[in-house]
Design a protein around this ligand. Structure first.
Ligand SMILES: Nc1ncnc2c1ncn2[C@@H]1O[C@H](COP(=O)(O)OP(=O)(O)OP(=O)(O)O)[C@@H](O)[C@H]1O
Length: 252
């Protein structure tokens, strides 16, 4: 009887250790290409494992699972830092400020984009939303002017001294031009895209800004949000998209 119980004990320890090794190797593999939904699945799996380990008194498995669960708080804060910052920035924003007439801003912008696209003049226009873009901009010239289609178009004319780089719209005003943005490091971005598009993708991977790009090569306009590029079919649909994305409170 004694030796039977001893054998059961050894088997349980073996099961405990094998499960512990399996968990660590699987987690290491999963965390490589992590996605929000995957994280949720992993966390649910870990909680289930914790309960199972408790039920079967698997001490090593329980120790590892508990350690991973405890340290996942820090991991989640790092992975979702942009979303957390966005949520705080939105909360912190006062709701009593007067709305800027954002409809006019978008109309002017769409008119400028239509003209630039028709003439195949490259352009890069950043519309800041809840998160400030300031710390991601290099060089550039301060402007602080009303957004008009004439101003945007003239900035991007090839002989303009500030046609290179991006124009920035903050709080409904054109605040800067000739700004250089961080390029995307994402290897999955198509190799056919040049630096103008890579800059737009790079910035929107870091902040929640909306970026409009006009391609010099094709005359196509596209809207880039959260690192995703969507080509504009026609100018009315660009206006509609921008109205949907740029809520008035983000332009205050
Ligand atoms: N880091 C950057 N930030 C902002 N603008 C940039 C940056 N790098 C390049 N640009 C702009 O992009 C222009 C070069 O565009 P390039 O032809 O490489 O890009 P593209 O995505 O292929 O665009 P296009 O379709 O207009 O050719 C530069 O002249 C400059 O104005």
């Amino acid at each position: 009887m004694n030796s039977f119980l001893q054998n059961i004990g050894i088997l349980r320890d073996l099961l405990d250790l094998s499960l512990a090794i399996l968990i660590v190797s699987r987690l290491a593999r999963l965390l490589k290409g992590v996605l929000a939904l995957r994280i949720l699945a992993i966390l649910s799996g870990l909680v289930a494992l914790h309960l199972l380990a408790r039920f079967f008194s698997l001490q090593t498995v329980r120790l590892i699972v508990d350690l991973i669960l405890a340290s996942s708080v820090v991991g989640l804060a790092v992975i979702f830092q942009t979303d957390i910052r966005r949520a705080f920035a939105t909360l912190a924003r006062s709701r009593t400020e007067k709305d800027v007439e954002m409809s006019d801003v978008i109309d002017e912008l769409v008119f400028a984009v239509a003209g630039l696209a028709q003439k195949k003049i490259g352009a890069l226009i950043v519309i800041e939303r809840a998160i400030s873009v300031d710390s991601y901009l290099a060089v550039g010239t301060d402007i602080d002017a009303k957004v008009t289609s004439e101003l945007i178009s003239s900035i991007f004319l090839p002989y303009s001294p500030i046609h290179d780089g991006a124009v920035i719209i903050q709080h409904g005003k054109l605040t800067k031009a000739g700004c250089f943005l961080p390029l995307t490091q994402n290897l999955e971005v198509s190799k056919s895209l040049g630096t103008r598009h890579r800059a737009a993708i790079g910035l929107t991977e870091l902040v929640d800004a909306v970026v409009v790009v006009v391609s010099e090569e094709t005359g196509t306009a596209s809207v880039i949000v959260a690192g995703k590029k969507t080509d504009v079919i026609d100018m009315p649909s660009l206006g509609k998209t921008l109205r949907r994305l740029v809520e008035p409170r983000w332009l205050k």
